[in-house]
Design a protein around this ligand. Sequence first.
Ligand code: CTP
Ligand code: MG
Length: 526
Amino acid sequence: MSPKFECSFNTISLRRISSVQNKDNTGKISKFEPFSEMVKRRRSEASRSVLFFLSEKSSIEDLIECCNTHGKVNNCFEFYQNGYYAIIEFKKKESISSLRERIYKPDILQQFQNELIYHRLFKYDIKSNQVSISHRKKNYINKEPLNSDLIKAICHADSVSHQIEMLANEQALRDEGVRMRFLSCTLIEEACRTMFPDCQVLPFGSSVNNFGKRNCDVDMYLDLNVEPGMIPIIQNTNFKVVFDEESATNERFATQNTLRTLSKYLKKCVPHCTNVYNILHASCPLVKFRHQALGLSCDLTANNRGAIHSSEMLHIYSKFDKRVQPLVFLIRHWGRYHGLTNKSPGMWITNYPLTLLVVAFLQTRPVPILPKFLDLISTDSSFDDIDYSFPNVKGFLQEANETTLADLLHEFFVFCMKFEFHNRGLSVRHGSDFINNTNFPLFIENPLVDNLNCCKNVTKTLVAKLKSSAAEALWVMDKAAFLNTTPWGIALLFLTPKKIDKIMKEQASGPYHEQVERVLDLFPKS
Ligand code: CTP
Ligand code: MG
């Protein structure tokens, strides 16, 4: 097989689309579910769900039977997180009240003035003869697969493009993971409603934008639905909402106060919230905490509506073309592996701007694969006034570019290597590059705010590293062994040059399973 990484323009299809459609693996066209509909559906599921802590000898089957006596159970799954838990989704919300009325309530709970925060957390402790503790499966939903397991899974693919798709499949959040994230938001929302009766807690970022990995954090946005200046204050031990004159003039100060109060409340009163701490001086103030039972790290923010819009934008792009999600997953994984991104604050590119970089790359192909953001929204006058009758794509020719994923990956690395980041910036809003006459070594415009750079923190050294890592990746991809994929292919992008050399020398020889073992041996045991 000879390497082929150029665009193939010979089969251009000129189908005009009026709404975003996707082809699934069988080639069937599936209709795009708008973001707001998806959020509504998931929130509804979450509001009808309860969380059970299961004793070691209780069985999920018995639990379902018990729950069914309170109303039809729609869905359930069991998971392990320092103990066995189950999430039960009822068909109707009323079933939760029925369940609550007939359960044993310890005296301690009677003392709480507000039971709201406990009303969907239960314990099931009825022994079952069928449960054998030693054989009980530990279902870790939020665990990311090990690198070696990922490689093992993808090495049976018949092409590099297929490998890239498989990597995304292996890493992506499963339905259960999404359910857990929405459940965590509704549980925190109910807790916050003791202070802000009209508030909503909504997930944003990778939990909802289709680029989330199985272990991704939950970014939460607290929408207070109150006038600016109304902030909660603590008087003795009671929480009250009063009008605060000082904060009324400063939105940021009000947000910090709200989050400071909430963090005390989460720490002291809300079950399963641990490791609570504030980062209130960040550009986007937040409270970090861990939801112990669900095994989720959460970042709670307020006054951050734009983040919901940008998540919606990425959600649309992820569905717009079936190559977008796998390509982003691979580049995010590659970026993490080569130290371009990092979870802690610093000079790194975070996953959000890295994703924007991939989107901008796809928008700026000679035959664009994604439309500019301004074409996705119906009004370009103000981003406060986005018409959510998405998608509304102005005559964009979808499917005109049929480049394979492998070729796109190669083109992406060429793009990173050649693009003059110090002279030019990238705009997803306009789907183009522009002159960067600032001192920022990397300028990727925030699509929601004209001219605002979301990579202000990124240093020259990091940009140089991006370019050299891209050059290294190209060197690997141009080796014949890369395309003679199985069992290597994209595995080579996650190894050091020394180890790659070793593989190149051996080439594909010996029985297949031995080749796989040889590659796996080269990965760090973690
Ligand atoms: N965000 C932003 N500007 C930034 C960074 C983040 O507006 N410079 C917003 C975006 O809405 C983004 C969200 O914050 O979707 C979450 O950012 P981040 O956690 O970096 O991205 P995720 O997609 O959630 O990736 P990860 O899995 O690393 O959490
Ligand atoms: Mg995130």
